[in-house]
Write a protein that binds this ligand. Structure first.
Ligand code: SF4
Length: 270
């Protein structure tokens, strides 16, 4: 595939934009996080839930528009910063999450993926495990026990099996079946895999069968389930409390029956 070309859309990133940062590793406040790295500012996936990270950066004038957000900037001194910060935090890091406010395997963005692999390699060689989450394709290169630790955890976001929904709300991200195939490959190679089902849509966005989605991901080791938190169509759905309570119970029950670790995000069950 041509560098910077995403086959799902016409998004082309010709010139790699960069920024420098003063620090990289930080302790996350996200409920299931520990240390975290966001080595890119912006994200070509351009999710339209909308993306919480985009809204935050926009509010603080770090990005000027949705288009600016999609034409991400790579942190050019990420590896140098990591070298210094690993020494500082090594003893207190449980694991490093990539990433909460960008995507480590941005679909079709080879330079981002390459930098992510180098970051994981550096962390792993210092005895630090990584937890990954992407709406892109997890690199098959991760299946290299000499280069990467087998204690890493690899995850994809999957809130639907419907490609039209994906194209509308995750316009530049990888196709759902390709995401799942990459995850299943790493699972079959013996890695721990997981799925983030968040933000799970209400029927005002799409009518779908939760069990069908759960069956498609029954091979994973962990499922995180969370509600759609944004206003608009979700608030038009009249019984969202009962809806999410029922779905959360179904997820918990499914996970129990299939011996899958389960985590229901705060505010999903009320
Ligand atoms: S993949 Fe994540 S960071 Fe990227 S636009 Fe979508 S929600 Fe935002």
């Amino acid at each position: 595939m041509k560098e910077g070309y995403n086959e799902n859309t016409d998004l082309v990133i010709d010139d790699l934009r960069t920024i420098e940062r003063k620090s990289l590793l930080y302790l996350s406040e996200v409920e299931y996080g520990d240390f975290c790295i966001n080595h890119v500012e912006g994200c070509s996936h351009g999710c339209k839930y909308p993306c919480y990270a985009y809204l935050t950066k926009k509010r603080f004038n770090k990005v000027s528009s949705y288009e600016d957000w999609c034409k991400y900037k790579v942190v050019s001194n990420a590896l140098e910063l990591l070298e210094k910060e690993i020494k500082k935090y090594k003893k207190i890091i449980k694991f490093v999450f990539l990433s909460f406010s960008t995507d480590p395997f941005m679909y079709g963005q080879q330079q981002v993926c390459d930098l992510t692999l180098k970051i994981i390699e550096k962390l792993n060689s210092n005895g630090i495990s990584c937890t990954l989450l992407t709406k892109g394709i997890l690199s098959p290169e991760l299946d290299n026990f000499h280069r990467f630790s087998n204690t890493n955890e690899y995850g994809v976001t999957l809130v639907s099996l419907n490609e039209s929904f994906r194209a509308e709300y995750e316009p530049n991200a990888a196709k759902l079946e390709d995401r799942l195939a990459a995850l299943e490959y790493l699972h079959s190679s013996g890695y721990k895999t997981w799925v983030s089902m968040e933000p799970y849509p209400t029927p005002t966005f799409i009518e779908q069968d939760l069990m069908e989605i759960l069956d498609a991901i029954s091979f994973v080791d962990k499922i995180i389930f969370g509600r759609w938190n944004y206003s608009g169509k979700s608030s038009e759905f009249p019984n969202s409390k009962e809806y999410y309570n029922d779905l959360a119970l179904s997820v918990i029950d499914f996970c129990k029956r299939n011996k899958i670790e389960c985590y229901i995000k705060e505010g999903t069950q009320t």
